[in-house]
Ligand binder design. Structure first.
Ligand SMILES: [Zn+2]
Length: 261
């Protein structure tokens, strides 16, 4: 069983290609994450439509920070989180100028803590030319939220790459924090044997520090990557049986409450 906890819709706003890619890579389930498009518009509507058409897809809805000042927006967002196939809320740290610890977000965090809604933070690099700020997407941003809301389940997207060891320190300290392995490689090209070697070396440093990958989740960031190639790279990591199960599906199933038949 394999769950990809980090994918997006294709440019056509649909999930057909993703489903074919999953068949090809033998991935059982994927979580599709809504994004913020130019003009602070969310593609959550398209994501919802796509995941409703397949019992192999689940959705994470994005929070557009600039809109959280409107009570109506927060109400709409929390209303959406009641929907069956929506399994979490994502904050794109760095892309919008706000700290993960901004008090205006505490109400949402409390809501998620109370109703067991896991949240995902973008952590790590920002796109070349982005007007966002790296100080807000550094993994240490997550520590204060995790400490203040100990019952809030948090997933750090991309392991804070390139700050993998900083991410590992946050994982080691906070029981409620996990990390997904997505988007480690250069985007929109094949993952080479050399890439896999570098990945193995850098991940091994993380494992030496944490003793295991038990707090990591398999994720790709499809369509920026081939799911099949990405799965091959993660399969190349040295893992005990229990870690392998945790990474490939058990953590995602537990954190996001995904049940597959
Ligand atoms: Zn992504």
């Amino acid at each position: 069983m394999v769950i990809d906890c980090h994918t997006h819709l294709d440019d056509d706003g649909r999930a057909e290609k993703l489903l074919r890619s999953m068949d090809d890579a033998e991935i059982d389930a994927s979580i599709v994450i809504a994004e913020t498009l130019p003009g602070d518009i969310s593609n959550a509507g398209q994501v919802l439509e796509a995941v409703r058409q397949s019992d192999r897809l689940w959705a994470i809805i994005n929070c557009v920070f600039s809109k959280t000042v409107e009570l109506k927006y927060v109400e709409e967002l929390t209303q959406l989180l009641h929907e069956d196939r929506i399994v979490g809320l994502k904050f794109y740290l760095g892309y919008e100028e706000y700290s993960a610890n901004d008090e205006r977000l505490h109400q949402l965090y409390e809501y998620c803590e109370k109703y067991d809604v896991p949240i995902m933070f973008h952590t790590g690099v920002l796109e070349t030319g982005s007007t966002g700020l790296l100080e807000y997407s550094h993994p240490l941003q997550v520590d204060r939220v995790a400490t203040r809301f100990p019952n809030l389940t948090i997933v750090m997207a991309h392991m804070g790459n390139p700050w993998l060891i900083d991410c590992a320190a946050v994982l080691a300290k906070n029981q409620n924090v996990y990390a997904d392995m997505s988007a480690f490689f250069a985007e929109n090209r094949s993952i080479t044997a050399h890439d896999v070697e570098v990945f193995k070396q850098r991940m091994e440093q993380v494992r030496v520090f944490l003793y295991s990958y038990e707090k990591f989740l398999f994720g790709t960031d499809y369509p920026l990557y081939s799911q099949k190639e990405y799965l091959g790279a993660v399969e190349a990591l040295e893992m005990e049986q229990a870690e392998h199960e945790a990474v490939m599906h058990a953590n995602a199933a537990r954190v996001f409450g995904i049940t597959t038949s």
